[in-house]
Write a protein that binds this ligand. Structure first.
Ligand code: CP
Length: 347
């Protein structure tokens, strides 16, 4: 798989054939059948938000194959960064992406960036106050990419989380063998916070790219971004799978091969999180993944990107039970990260 010099920002930056190539590469690395060519390579990882899996998988992937990674938290380990054009920098930001991007990229072979305005830290909702449309532009990430001289990898933005998508696709192939035309359900779950749509967008594509019959199960008002759904339909038509949206949980769970749970905030409520919490409260008891629902599946597997709130998003019984593939899914973050860096490296 050769993606030399490319950026990986959206799950749609990869063709279905390239996704398949990365899955094969990740599985070969996991089986010890090949080595990633990362010796002497350095990745800079810029984390504006907390992380366990993304940070450790990238650092571990680089270290295992003779490379290294430098993770930094802006404003803590570094200066505060600015990306606005023509900004008079007399506030809290000290360094502009016009210098930052070329400087980091002349020192490193890859740059990973996590910047999601909606990720919650502690008890406070993230810094997002504007509309979803504004945040979905992922301005910092795109501005950085504009001035970067090496591949830039999105480690989760407001709109996409492509590394999660690859780990999910790999886990589905591992567990199902041939996933084409098998039933994949991406179910919304209740959650006390309004979480970003980046992960469900990319999880949706993880199944679409494999030619699966995909159901997005969500209550009214919790549809994903319409343009993402349109792009997903375009791929579905080309690949021979299907895509539907419903709020009918009974029908969705019936005979499912994969149930992927994720909480996300309504796009209509961005910036009005307290109101959303009040309005979605009645959904709490009905929108959790439990044993009774999983029993309706065709002995389906359960996926969640983690971290997960036990007995809020999914019951202990499902998470600790035989349907759960969440540990494999998390482990596959490592092998897919290694496959991605290997593919992006100059040949
Ligand atoms: N799933 C995921 O991206 O996990 P982290 O937020 O811990 O990186």
């Amino acid at each position: 798989m050769n993606l030399s010099g490319r950026n990986l920002i959206s799950t749609l930056d990869l063709s279905p054939e390239e996704v398949r190539g990365l899955i094969d590469s990740a599985r070969a690395l996991k089986a010890g059948e090949k080595e990633a060519r990362l010796a002497g390579r350095v990745a800079a990882l810029v984390f504006f938000n907390p992380s366990v899996r993304t940070r450790i998988s990238c650092e571990s992937a680089m270290a295992r194959y003779g490379g290294s990674a430098i993770a930094v938290q802006p404003g803590k380990d570094t200066w505060n960064f600015e990306c606005g054009e023509g900004v008079v920098m007399d506030g809290n930001t000290q360094e502009h992406v016009r210098e930052l991007a070329p400087v980091i990229t002349r020192m490193c072979h890859f740059v990973g960036i996590r910047k999601s305005e909606l990720i919650t830290v502690g008890s406070a909702q993230g810094a997002a106050t504007g509309s979803y449309d504004e945040l979905a532009k992922d301005e910092f990430l795109h501005r950085f990419m504009e001035f970067a001289e090496v591949p830039v990898v999105n480690l989760e933005s407001n709109r996409w989380h492509p590394m999660q998508s690859l780990a999910d696709s790999t886990t589905i192939v591992e567990r199902l063998g041939k996933p084409e035309k098998k039933k994949y359900v991406l179910t919304w779950t209740w959650h006390p916070k309004s979480l970003p749509v980046a992960t469900p967008h990319s999880q949706l594509m993880s199944a679409v790219n494999l030619g699966m019959d995909v159901t997005v199960l969500r209550p009214e008002g919790y549809g994903l971004e319409p343009e993402v759904m349109r792009l997903a339909r375009e791929r579905v038509e080309a690949l021979g799978g299907s895509l539907q949206e419903t709020d009918d949980q009974e029908a969705a769970y019936k005979d499912a091969d994969v149930v992927c749970a994720k909480a996300w905030g309504s796009l209509d409520y961005y910036g009005r999180f307290e109101q959303e919490a009040i309005d979605k409260a009645p959904l709490r008891d009905d929108w959790i993944v439990d044993e009774e629902k999983m029993a309706k599946t065709g002995d389906g597997i359960f996926l969640h990107c983690l971290p997960v709130r036990r007995n809020i998003v999914v019951t202990d019984g499902v998470l600790d039970g035989r349907h759960s593939a969440v540990k494999d899914e998390a482990e596959n973050r490592l092998w897919t990260a290694a496959a991605v860096f290997d593919a992006l490296a100059p040949k």
